[in-house]
Structures are given as C-alpha cells and as structure tokens.
Design a protein around this ligand. Structure first.
Ligand SMILES: [Zn+2]
Length: 274
C-alpha cells in the first residue's frame, strides 16, 4: 500500500517526466467509480483543456493543481499507481500536450480521484505531513500525551500525522524500541523523542530508496517506470515475522493491533506493565 515515500516517489517522477505545464487534451475513464464526486463525463469536461500547474503531495495524497483553479486530489489506496506507458489495469488514461500520456493503473480499484474547488476540504482533516517542519516534537508529544490510546493506531491516524501506513509505522516502532500496544500517555519524553526521530528517519530513508515494494504480486507498489522500490532490503520489521531481529536476533513476532497485521520484536520492544 503506497505510503508517504511511495507517493512522494511517484509525484517526483511525474514532475521529472515533465507532466507539470502540460495541457490535458483528453481523458478516457475505464473505471468510473474512481472519480468522485463527478460522473465520468462531467469530470472529463471539467479538466479537458486545463494545464497541470503543479504535481505535489501531502501525506498520502497526490495533488494536481489545474489552471481552472480546481485541484485533482488522488489517493492511491491499496494499489494505485501512475505510469507513462500503456499497461494492464489502466483505469484512467489522460492524453497530455507534447505527446505525453498519463496512465492511472489500479489492480484493486480502491484508489480515488477527487476533483475539488478547494483542497482544504481534504487537507483540513489531516494532521501535519510527517516530513514537514509543521510536524514538530512539541506537537507530537502533546498529541500523544493528551490521548490514552495504543501507540500504533495513533501514528497511523492521518488526522494526527499524515503519511504513515502499516509498513513505516512498524519500522518506526521497531527503530525506537516501543511495543505497538503501549498506551500513548505512558510513553516517556525520551521514548517520544526517539519515536519522533524514527518516524522522520524511516520515511526519509524510504523516499531516498524510492519506496518499498514487498512481494512480487501485481498489486505491489511500482515506480512510474514500472520498477520496484529499493527500500525492501532496508526493512527491519514489517513482513519479517519469524525472522531474526536485526538488532538482537530474537525471532520477530506477528500480532494484530487495531485490526492491522503488526510485526515487532518482543525482546527489543517490551510490552511493560501499564
Ligand atoms: Zn530485537
């Protein structure tokens, strides 16, 4: 599932391929439920002839600012991706000026395109993006201390901090040696500081490695050129249950926390009495 590093990789590769500044010449929609809230015909009419001013990202959302003043907000959900060459499962095809074509590919069909007049409709519901200056230790500590919830679902809550999903949440908790079920208001200042640093670090490393691809299935994350991300070899916890911990060599355990599969090291990340 694409998280901040994967979405950032796709957005920056689309910029690198010259999508910014191009005019949308035509839109072909092969799977209409992707589009919200417009019908396929209304959507095509609204975006045709507009110029894509900017391709950016906030949290796990991609944003295409259009010359019409509207913004196309794209959430890739489970398996959405963009490509510049034709492939299978292309749900939306946009022909752009200068003979470029943008293919939106989505095997699982969960991804959504929302055309909005004001991106704040969506952005105002998000906490600060994890890799921006707005996401500070002071903010993070206060947000954790005023709640009494398990730490893993809290850092996955996009309304608190935007960008983390299951992979990088498990990685950040492993790095900071915090049990995923610890209650947020029991964490010490030192633990909160370590977790805050780990969140920034695992996401930055993920971006540097152009995202994480796990497994070889067709639903897996792909970069714009169809290549897998390079971050898989760096993963310390996620998807490694049954394998030795890279810090202490204990066998990593898998459990379910708030309905999400969770891998952790019970030796390095002790539960502690609460
Ligand atoms: Zn360990």
């Amino acid at each position: 599932m694409p998280e901040l590093p994967e979405v950032e990789t796709i957005a920056s590769q689309l910029r690198g391929r010259g999508v910014e500044g191009k005019i949308i010449l035509s839109v072909k929609i092969n799977w209409a439920p992707t589009i919200e809230p417009y019908s396929a015909a209304q959507f095509s009419k609204a975006v045709k002839g507009t110029t894509i001013h900017e391709v950016s990202r906030v949290g796990k959302w991609m944003m295409f600012s259009l010359s019409s003043g509207q913004t196309l907000m794209v959430h890739l959900r489970m398996a959405g991706s963009f490509a510049m060459e034709k492939g299978s499962h292309d749900r939306i095809v946009m022909k752009l000026s200068d003979e470029l074509t943008l293919y939106y590919r989505d095997t699982r069909k969960f991804g959504r395109w929302k055309l909005v007049d004001d991106p704040q409709v969506i952005l105002s519901k998000l906490g600060p993006d994890a890799l921006t200056r707005q996401f500070t230790l002071k903010y993070f500590s206060a947000a954790m201390k005023k709640r009494h919830r398990m730490i893993k679902p809290l850092i996955l809550d996009q309304g608190i901090v935007a960008g983390l999903g299951n992979i990088y949440a498990d990685e950040a908790l492993w790095e900071s040696m915090i049990h995923p079920e610890r209650l947020s208001d029991t964490l010490t200042d030192a633990e909160l500081g370590n977790l805050f640093k780990a969140i920034k670090q695992v996401l930055k490393t993920g971006v540097k490695n152009r995202g994480t691809s796990l497994g070889d299935g067709k639903t897996n994350y792909r970069q714009v050129d169809g290549e897998s991300g390079d971050h898989r070899a760096q993963v310390k916890a996620y998807g490694r249950s049954g394998k030795p911990c890279k810090r202490c060599e204990s066998i990593l355990e898998k459990t379910v926390v708030a309905q999400r599969g969770t891998t952790f090291c019970s030796a390095c990340q002790p539960r502690l009495e609460q």
